[in-house]
Design a binder for this molecule. Structure first.
Ligand code: F6R
Length: 369
């Protein structure tokens, strides 16, 4: 059942190209039109949306953070993201023009379910993104977009996160489409790129062997820091979460621009710092700023592990270890940059002798608040 692998997690990581392809299937047509009728929310309802609130926990929350960048850019609809456990305790402002997107792999997380119930009581429309057919959250929502990752057995979310990202992109692009595209050409180009994601994921997976070696060489460190900006920031957060839950290590993520406001004091000789670098094309401002951050931490002794677009030579002089990922549009970069994070945490945990399918103290779905 583990398909020849020692752990489900290893199998689930390599299943990602398939999971992504299955989640796109039937929803993207060759002419760039999106078909998401199954969502049960009418185009008229989607046109009336004035605000989006995304609620989720853990890894699903990280997918939501990435969705915010895409949705606000493509649709120009204000979008908030909040951990579900905090949501209903702060008297959030919701009405019939609010679209709440609840992201939950299992569809059973109690924190997310309670937030969904609360949102519906306040008359907001709720759209679920879920991987388990007929689970509680989609049953209690107004609409649902299922991810088609297949069953995920390992406690750590991997392929389901990847398909949540795809679902978020589909919803963002569909909203842009039904509301009349402000960035028509960009939307069409992104839709075409989205269709190539299964191949891009496959490509990253075929180049991660050096990440495994790196992880094994770090099994006795006790802290790893992660830096990113823009959509690379939630990717850094996901990298840190994976390392905590699987390798039981202290791992923290920062928005790279925050470094100088405090966290840079943590840098000391030999500290591994993983940096997600934005594409050098297009968003060159952020790219150059993060290259400066890499120089800053390295000058203070950090061991830099740099995840950057292939052919980005500007990072070579400052990278102790360079991990290359394919060139894709900025907003889609998390699909490729997350994979080295997953492999890194999994391999480091295995090097420590941990059970990556059943990490200590954790359950696959958290059905208590
Ligand atoms: C991390 C992980 C958890 C879940 C979280 C939400 O690898 O698996 O953080 O992402 O418990 O679970 P769902 O998505 O089922 O609501």
């Amino acid at each position: 059942e583990k398909g020849g692998y020692d752990y489900f997690m290893l199998k689930e990581i390599v299943e990602q190209p398939r999971a992504v392809a299955d989640t796109l299937l039937g929803r993207l047509s060759v002419d760039g039109q999106l078909t998401l009728d199954e969502m049960r929310l009418t185009p008229a309802e989607l046109r009336s949306v004035e605000k989006i609130v995304i609620i989720a926990c853990g890894t699903s929350y990280h997918a939501g953070l990435i969705a915010k960048y895409a949705i606000e850019h493509w649709c120009r609809i204000p979008c908030e993201v909040e951990v579900a456990s905090e949501f209903r305790y702060r008297d959030p402002i919701l009405d019939q023009q609010t679209l709440v997107i609840a992201i939950s792999q299992s569809g059973e997380s109690m924190d997310t379910l309670m937030a969904v119930r609360y949102a519906r009581e306040q008359r907001a429309r709720v759209l679920a993104i879920c991987n388990v057919n007929g689970s509680t959250i989609p049953r209690e929502s107004d609409g649902v977009l299922y991810t088609h990752a297949g069953p995920e057995v390992g406690v750590a979310a991997t392929k389901t996160f990847m398909t949540q990202l795809i679902a978020c992109y589909l919803i963002g692009l569909y909203l842009a489409q039904v509301r009349g595209l402000k960035f028509g050409d960009e939307i069409t180009a992104v839709i075409a790129q989205l269709a190539t994601m299964p191949e891009q994921v496959e490509k990253v997976l075929s180049t991660v062997e050096p990440v495994r070696e790196l992880a094994r060489s770090l099994s006795d460190v006790d802290t790893v820091l992660f830096l990113g900006r823009h959509v690379g920031y939630p990717v850094a957060m996901e990298g840190a979460l994976k390392l905590k839950e699987l390798a039981y290590m202290h791992a923290e993520a920062f928005a790279a621009g925050e470094l100088k406001h405090g966290p840079i004091a943590l840098i000391e000789d030999g500290l591994p710092v993983v940096v997600v670098v934005p594409s050098p094309k297009g968003r060159s401002v952020l790219h150059d700023k993060i290259v400066s951050n890499i120089q800053e931490v390295r000058a203070r002794g950090a061991r830099t592990i740099v995840i950057a677009e292939e052919g980005d030579e500007s990072v070579i002089p400052y990278s102790d270890v360079l991990i290359e990922i394919p060139a894709v549009p900025t907003l889609l970069q998390p699909v490729v940059s997350t994979i080295p994070m997953q492999v890194f945490a999994c391999e480091l945990a295995l090097a420590k002798g941990n059970d990556v399918d059943q990490p200590r103290n954790l359950a696959k779905s958290v059905t208590v608040e």
